[in-house]
Design a protein around this ligand. Sequence first.
Ligand code: ZN
Length: 133
Amino acid sequence: MGDLNLVQHATYSPTWCMACKSDTGPFIDTRIEEVTINTAHGAEIFTGHVYICSSCVTQMAHLIGCIVPEEARKLHDERGELLFRVQILEDELADARDNKVVSREDFKVWLGETVKADAELKAKPGRPRKSAE
Ligand SMILES: [Zn+2]
């Protein structure tokens, strides 16, 4: 088989898709120009171009695990949205770091030490009391 070629119209006989008989392009021209077909009258050699329409190629590609153009576009769009979201999160993270925001674990340690120090202060005898004026 020679190189495959994309054509908009099937210009050589039989001017249709070998798989589904559609005459609507675009087609892959397989450049296969001679096919032996068994008929009621015996084997006959067919000469012409073997075309496969884009719909059949898409179905074939999908069957072997390729993504079709519609799926590729959807994945491309989703990728763009995710990259945008990652950028927002990275910007928020950089802002949080710049503002000296503490991590949740550091905050728990700080809170525990504060509660402990407050309890120790309250337990001390003779600690100054606030007046209720
Ligand atoms: Zn077809």
